[in-house]
Design a protein around this ligand. Structure first.
Ligand code: GTR
Length: 425
């Protein structure tokens, strides 16, 4: 009985405070695990050919990711409304054309909206392939281009760290993400870049539902999405599809050549958007880590339990059931990558980004290769992790570069090469 108060405390204390283990960085403590087989149906029957994959197994896996991981994405209520606020501004000393478009996400104005910026090579004589990505900051952050308005953005309330506010961006935002977007390189290589701030779709805070596009899709009487309905990553992915809706109408864009790129939490988002929306012809995951390209079953760096604790709004509520039972998860990251097959997919890691588990990112790309082979494409063709700065580029691509968690000029050189190779430019 002496222990009763302590026991009671343990039961009532938040689970996180009790048991989220420290991150492991010791390869010998990763433990053994068995990955679910992407090529065995839930019924136990093997996936014999491409038809079985497309008709039976792919939908099965997609449904598992919807119900257990990211939550089901709602279909748009109607067509989004596109308002071109600038058709053809001059940028990069005349090397690029800048277009700005407000996408009214539910087709109604006023309503939730995102501001898209599109840079296109000014010299292009025909529709161009485009890199598409959400970024962490407003459009003015992409380059030092002085003509982009400094849109407001969501930030933590400086007076109350537990809440968030929408505030005008300071001038210092301009060009602050330029190193991550490498606009000059992209334009010089003959590609366009379409960018929007992910927080336009949903501010990245737990409890931001009321300011999210998800709010507009709650059913009458519903105050929260159901346990198998979308979280913030689902909302951001959905927003990417609305960007494609616009790009498909833009005569300057070759919408059969859209290469989706995302970094970190937006790398997870890119994989999920690319898995659901086959209009993305190439998908690039830059340092996406846990919940993205890294195998959840590996006990290395960030874990499923940690991510659900630190970011309870990212995944669907059902995902929390696996906090301490990752071996029960019916899918893993290799199956998320396999959902992109047979389209080209590129996974990138950074040597010092141990939190994202570079080896786990590599191994999921290796395991997804079996599905690519079944569909007549070449995966990585090896299970040996390549040395630093030695990319592998087949239909699946992979590299690990020196340095930290980031997107760098080196990463972009590889993505441009990979996109050129697959778009034959
Ligand atoms: C970290 C998170 C990672 C990754 C990263 C980011 O705090 O644990 O999963 O998403 O943020 O998005 O920068």
């Amino acid at each position: 009985m002496r222990h009763l108060p302590a026991l009671l405390f343990l039961c009532l204390a938040p689970l996180s405070a009790q048991t989220v283990p420290e991150a492991n960085y010791d390869e010998s403590k990763v433990g053994s695990y068995t990955l679910p087989d992407p090529l065995t149906l839930a019924s136990g029957k093997p996936v014999a050919d491409a038809a079985d994959w497309n008709r039976l197994r792919r939908p099965e896996i997609l449904r598992l990711f919807e119900d257990q991981v990211f939550g089901r994405t709602v279909a748009p209520a109607g067509k989004p409304l596109f308002e071109v606020t600038e058709a053809a501004g001059k940028a990069l000393d005349g090397k690029a054309t800048r277009r700005q478009v407000t996408i009214w996400l539910t087709g109604r104005k006023p309503g939730p909206k995102l501001d898209l910026i599109l840079y296109l090579p000014a010299s292009a004589a025909s529709p161009v392939p485009v890199f598409v990505g959400l970024g962490f900051r407003p459009n003015a952050s992409v380059s030092s281009d002085p003509a982009v308005p400094l849109a407001s953005d969501w930030t933590r309330d400086p007076n109350d760290k537990t809440s968030y506010v929408k505030a005008p961006s300071p001038e210092s935002v301009r060009g602050s993400a330029a190193a991550r977007w490498q606009l000059d390189k992209i334009i010089a290589a003959g590609f366009g870049l379409a960018h929007a701030n992910y927080q336009d779709i949903e501010p990245d805070f737990a409890g931001a539902l009321k300011d999210s596009v998800r709010q507009a899709y709650l059913r009458p009487g519903q105050t929260q999405p159901a346990a198998n309905e979308w979280g913030a990553i689902g909302a951001w992915s959905w927003g990417l599809s609305r960007i494609v809706d616009y790009l498909a109408t833009d005569k300057s864009v070759d919408s059969s050549k859209l290469a989706l790129i995302g970094h970190s939490r937006l790398g997870k988002t890119a994989l999920w958007a690319g898995a659901q929306d086959t209009r993305f012809a190439i998908v690039i995951s830059n340092d996406s880590g846990e919940g993205g390209a890294a195998l959840a079953r590996r006990n290395y760096g960030e874990t499923l339990f940690r991510i659900n604790t630190a970011f309870p709004h990212w995944f669907c509520a059902n995902y929390k059931a696996y906090n301490q039972a990752v071996d029960k998860l019916p899918v893993d990251a290799h199956m998320l990558i396999a959902l992109i097959a047979p389209r080209p997919v590129y996974v990138a890691s950074a040597e010092e980004d141990k939190w994202a588990d570079p080896r786990g990112e590599f191994l999921s790309a290796v395991s997804a290769g079996r599905v690519y082979s079944l569909l007549g494409k070449k995966g990585l063709g090896t299970d040996q992790m390549p040395p630093i700065h030695q990319p592998i580029m087949n239909t699946i691509g992979y590299h690990i570069r020196a340095g930290k968690h980031d997107v760098t000029a080196y990463d972009w050189d590889q993505y441009i090469k990979f996109a050129r190779m697959h778009f034959s430019r």
